[in-house]
Design a binder for this molecule. Structure first.
Ligand code: MG
Length: 383
């Protein structure tokens, strides 16, 4: 069986989230936005799908890079196809990003799973059939009773733990353009308020501003040690591996990284080898798919480290389920004014339904596990 067609369908849907001028997501008024469905279909009609950002699966990208690699190929030879796409990256003038690679690879895995009649999380490892989620907050804002003050964080974290069942919480604190941000002392106050609210036994993590100085980062890290935090991620520019080596050698607190640094599993291996982190970060949209994420996990395993997966959604959930050396699935982003459990119009169920004990259970259905409403997408497609 060979791949016959690669297509993307752009559609509209309503969202109650907005992005600020620095790209951070906050609650906002209801507005219409666009999504895209990437489809990889074989000649017998078997098809794999994934929901992606329209920019990552544009017709120009499919025509220039994706179709020449995929059409006529055997979908089961996913590693070969990934490498053929990856090798296009250097000559693509920056157009063929890791996010494009990820979208294509996720749809390819969905196709493989459907063809074999198996869920992807089992095909790629199947270690966990359920996994604890941590509640991952949105960044701080200036919304009254939102995430404006340390007390707001404390109140929301208490609700996440006692009312919603989360067994761990991660804060994203205030970042520009929020007035007064960034400020390590405000970050510390939010972390202290959350620790006070949830008690000593709930694991907590912090993801603050990404451009702190060494001095500010060390000050904050020392305070997080006192508060018993599990990890801190990306407090400084990740391109400076030396700064992270310095930080890790000066803190008992676990440093998790790299997250946004380019270079896929090769960069993660460098960080592990140089002692720049205590736990390795991957994420399917950061490193180009499930395959390279699994390689990051093997690198971490070989250095006796855990591999903590960045971001939400079916692809990241499949990686969490597949590997042994991970702790949590990141569920979010969460905010007091956003109903995370309500599916967007293009899904019948959200990818990561969570039970009252804080577990996300893996699905038995064949494929990636996204419950896509194809009728909705067809009815709302953009001509
Ligand atoms: Mg992060």
């Amino acid at each position: 069986m060979t791949i016959q067609a690669v297509t993307s369908t752009v559609f509209t849907y309503e969202t109650d989230k907005v992005k600020d001028s620095d790209g951070h997501t906050h609650p906002g008024p209801l507005r219409t936005t666009k999504g895209a469905l990437l489809t990889i279909a074989c000649e017998d009609g078997t098809a794999g799908h994934v929901i992606a950002s329209p920019a990552d699966v544009g017709e120009d990208l499919l025509a220039a890079f994706v179709r020449p690699v995929l059409e006529g190929a055997d979908p089961l030879r996913h590693e070969k196809l990934w490498y053929e796409l990856y090798k296009w990256q250097r000559g693509s003038g920056g157009r063929l990003t890791d996010r494009v690679l990820c979208a294509v690879e996720l749809a390819l895995w969905d196709l493989i799973g459907k063809r074999l009649g198996q869920p992807v999380w089992k095909l790629v490892g199947g270690y966990h059939d359920k996994i604890l989620a941590y509640g991952s907050t949105m960044c701080g804002d200036d919304i009254e009773n939102g995430l404006k003050t340390p007390e707001d964080y404390g109140r929301f974290a208490e609700w996440l733990v006692s009312e919603r069942g989360y067994k761990a919480v991660k804060l994203h604190t205030w970042m520009p353009p929020i007035p007064g941000a960034p400020d390590v002392r405000m970050d510390y106050k939010a972390c202290a308020a959350v620790r006070e609210a949830v008690g000593p036994d709930i694991p907590l993590m912090l993801d603050p501003n990404h451009w702190y100085s060494r001095q500010d980062t060390l000050w904050l890290g020392k305070r997080l040690e006192e508060l018993g935090f599990l990890w801190m991620e990306e407090p400084m520019e990740e391109a400076s591996i030396s700064s992270y080596q310095w930080l890790s050698s000066n803190l008992a607190l676990n440093i998790l990284g790299p997250e946004s640094m380019a270079g896929k599993h090769w960069t993660r291996a460098e960080w592990a080898a140089k002692g720049a982190c205590d736990m390795i970060r991957t994420g399917v949209w950061d490193v180009g798919g499930i395959g390279p994420s699994l390689k990051c996990a093997r690198v971490a395993e070989s250095f006796g480290m855990s591999c903590e997966v960045h971001g939400t959604g079916a692809g990241n959930l499949a990686v969490c389920a597949a590997i042994q050396n991970t702790t949590y699935y990141e569920r979010g982003l969460l905010h007091p004014f956003v109903d995370y459990d309500r599916p967007p119009a293009y899904l019948r169920r959200i990818d990561d339904e969570m039970d009252r004990d804080g577990y996300v259970h893996m699905r038995d259905e064949a494929g990636l596990g996204q419950d896509i409403d194809h009728d909705y997408i067809e009815a709302n497609r953009v001509a």
